[in-house]
Write a protein that binds this ligand. Structure first.
Ligand SMILES: C[S@@+](CC[C@H](N)C(=O)[O-])C[C@H]1O[C@@H](n2cnc3c(N)ncnc32)[C@H](O)[C@@H]1O
Length: 409
């Protein structure tokens, strides 16, 4: 394996989700683990638009939309049903009839919503919901949701629902700071001043308007979005390029940030479903996913030279959680190994892959995810594995983000 390390000591925020603000469809719904449009476009530059792009961990669909904007056909896969819905809606080519229907429906929703008796409406069974929204905001959200769901069907309804997701997070008291969700102590003063939730309607109107405007710009390529586990990928056709960013080995559960949307839109009905879904996700630790780790064991020896000694050090480093975290790290790489085996089967010869991934640190022991990806790829038969450092992650001197490249022979 050749290791071309372009040490980058800069945080390069233009290579993170922050860069996607204000960029059309990419800005429809913010998700912290999304990567940057610039990063994907840079990768696509060298490729012929006739080549099919695959993102097996597609999240909000950044790769697919960039690919389609550049004229490629793309296949997106993920296992979170909300993200599948979102990526489908973001990568759909809306006709002029559909966008004008969306505008008419937006006006209709606002007029229906204000007439609904908010005290009789459904609100989601989200734990401690009063920490998320003040009562006026909650009522206005319940009115908007009920009004949207009262509309006759049509693809344009998705544009309203995505606007609704934007609004519900904007008017909430939650902030997504890295690993945890934090809540402002009291509802925002500005919201309290109005007190009747009207600002929620105003925000919804603006959010949906902005989304409709960018939905009017068509995409050149076709995007298919498939709900499937990346360890058992099925695609409608073989791909020539993989550009992706899998979960990192950092115990961050996507479900944490997605919960509010998933509850409001009915993708989650009770808390235990969140844990079940996260157990299927690579690196997931939400709810029951953590307790299930206790009884997990690898069925085959993982082809990574240093995984045993390093995970033993992690296990010994802490009496309380060391063991659990060492199993967490092993299971993560076991799952990624299964993923690399699976993706190998859905690629054309000569296919080029780039995986964006960060390393992590457990009790001061750095898990070199980029090196270990390289070892797994080589073990499966991928060639020309190369690692490039693309940015520094945060103030921790040891943490970086890498592009791990390889080719299918
Ligand atoms: C870092 S995010 C990808 C973000 C994406 N690049 C974007 O711009 O939105 C990783 C994604 O992997 C998905 N994922 C985790 N485990 C998976 C699995 N076993 N199969 C398929 N997708 C999985 C998560 O649901 C999440 O959307």
């Amino acid at each position: 394996m050749s290791n071309t390390v372009l040490q980058s000591n800069k945080q390069n925020a233009h290579l993170t989700f922050k860069a996607n603000r204000g960029i059309g469809r990419h800005d429809w719904l913010r998700l912290t683990p999304a990567y940057s449009v610039h990063l994907v476009k840079q990768e696509l530059e060298q490729h012929d638009p006739a080549q099919v792009v695959l993102d097996p961990f597609s999240g909000t669909g950044t790769t697919g939309i960039c690919a389609a904007e550049n004229g490629h056909d793309a296949i997106l896969t993920d296992l979170n049903p909300f993200l599948i819905w979102l990526a489908k809606a973001k990568s759909y080519n809306y006709s002029t009839v559909e966008t004008s229907n969306a505008r008419a429906k937006l006006a209709e929703v606002l007029s229906i919503a204000e007439k609904l008796d908010a005290n009789k409406l459904w609100i989601p069974p989200l734990h401690n919901i009063e920490r998320w929204w003040g009562s006026a905001q909650l009522k206005a959200l319940a009115q908007l949701r009920a009004a949207i769901y009262s509309l006759a069907g049509g693809k344009e309804n998705d544009l309203l629902l995505i606007g609704f997701c934007n609004t519900l997070i904007k008017v909430s008291n939650a902030a997504f700071n890295h690993q945890s969700v934090s809540f402002k102590k009291a509802p925002q003063a500005a919201l309290l001043d109005i007190g009747d939730g009207k600002e929620v309607f105003v925000s919804f109107f603006r959010d949906v308007e902005k989304i409709i405007e960018s939905a009017e710009i068509p995409l050149d390529g076709a995007v298919s979005v498939v709900e499937v586990d990346a360890r058992k990928i099925l695609t409608p056709q073989k791909a020539d390029i993989v550009i992706t960013s899998p979960p990192y080995v950092n115990r961050m559960s996507y479900i944490r940030e997605l919960r509010p949307y998933m509850y409001w839109l009915g993708f989650l009905e009770e808390a235990k479903e969140a844990g079940e879904l996260d157990w299927k996700a690579i690196g997931g630790t939400w709810g029951t996913a953590t307790s299930k780790l206790n009884s997990w064991a690898d069925a085959r020896a993982i082809p990574i030279k240093d995984i045993e000694p390093l995970t033993q050090k992690i296990a010994a480093a802490n009496d309380k959680n060391g063991n659990l975290l060492s199993v967490y790290v092993k299971k993560y790489f076991y799952d990624m190994w299964e993923h690399f085996e699976s993706v190998h089967k859905v690629l054309n010869p000569g296919a080029q892959l780039v995986y964006i991934v960060g390393n992590s640190s457990f009790y001061g022991h750095v898990v070199p995810a980029e090196q270990w990806y390289g070892e797994l790829m080589s073990a499966i038969g991928f060639e020309n594995v190369m690692i490039e450092t693309i940015r520094k992650r945060n103030s921790n001197k040891a943490l970086f983000e890498f592009a791990v490249r390889a080719e299918k022979a």
